[in-house]
Design a protein around this ligand. Structure first.
Ligand SMILES: Nc1ncnc2c1ncn2[C@@H]1O[C@H](COP(=O)(O)OP(=O)(O)OP(=O)(O)O)[C@@H](O)[C@H]1O
Ligand SMILES: O=C(O)c1ccc[n+]([C@@H]2O[C@H](COP(=O)([O-])O)[C@@H](O)[C@H]2O)c1
Length: 216
């Protein structure tokens, strides 16, 4: 049975680091769809520069030619603080108890997982896939992760052995292509009048240029 993947992010703006891990996630776990969900009001950071609607539109533009990727605005429609536990619970209820469901986060997000709302329950709802991110290498996780993660989560991490394994409660490290791209650096480049070409899809750059939300 082909599975569904979820990938949440601020996406302010979406960039090729996001797109490449979404693609490799779909490929590695043989997912028939990965839903990219811009988050509205996350518990851990202050507001995005681009509006909810603008970030959703940039996601749509970025994935327009990829039938395996879909934009999902469910977190933007939710009132109040946006928690991943609510999103995963909603998806699990919609798909049914046995449908393969996986969620993707980058290694930096993974290292903050112990501060997420009801984080231990997240593993009861799907398979967690962790993407590599330069600066957050696995070799250092034991030194930098919170004690709860070191004790309860790191021992459970598996590298992917067979394509398409999406088992409930598993945690997989995906050997994704390390791309040192971040939305913060892109916003700074654009604010300073520098080019962000080849870091961000052209359609997204054109849109950001027209709406000027990264200009100081
Ligand atoms: N270059 C990248 N490689 C791997 N994972 C990434 C990369 N960029 C973002 N991610 C992951 O994508 C998810 C959404 O990231 P987000 O939208 O916050 O992008 P960001 O580039 O980290 O943004 P910012 O610089 O504003 O913090 C997070 O789980 C993050 O870890
Ligand atoms: O549920 C939580 O407590 C929680 C805490 C921090 C981050 N998240 C989610 O993690 C995803 C990545 O967040 P970010 O800030 O790296 O873009 C995004 O979908 C957030 O909603 C979720």
């Amino acid at each position: 049975m082909a599975g569904t993947g979820l990938f949440g992010g601020t996406f302010d703006p979406i960039h090729y680091g996001h797109l490449r891990i979404a693609e490799e996630f779909a490929d590695a776990l043989a997912l028939d769809q990965v839903r990219l969900m811009p988050t509205a009001n996350p518990p851990h950071r202050s507001g995005a520069l681009a509006s909810n609607a603008q970030r959703l539109e940039m996601v749509r533009l970025a994935i327009a030619d990829n039938p395996r990727l879909a934009a999902d605005d469910r977190e933007l429609r939710r009132d109040g603080t946006c928690y991943t536990i609510d999103t995963l619970s909603e998806m699990r209820a919609a798909l049914g108890p046995s449908a393969p469901l996986a969620w993707l986060i980058g290694a930096d997000s993974f290292l903050s997982l112990d501060r997420w709302h009801r984080w231990r329950e997240l593993f009861d709802l799907g398979c967690l896939a962790v993407a590599c991110r330069p600066g957050f290498e696995l070799a250092h996780w034991k030194e930098v992760a919170a004690p709860a993660l070191v004790k309860e989560v790191l021992p459970r991490i598996q590298t992917l052995s067979v394509t398409g394994q999406v088992e409930l409660g598993t945690i997989r490290l995906l050997p994704t292509t390390p791309l040192a791209i971040s939305s913060t650096a892109i916003r700074a480049q654009l604010a300073n009048g520098h080019s962000a070409r080849y870091l961000v899809p052209d359609a997204v750059l054109d849109y950001a240029g027209r709406h000027l939300f990264y200009r100081i």
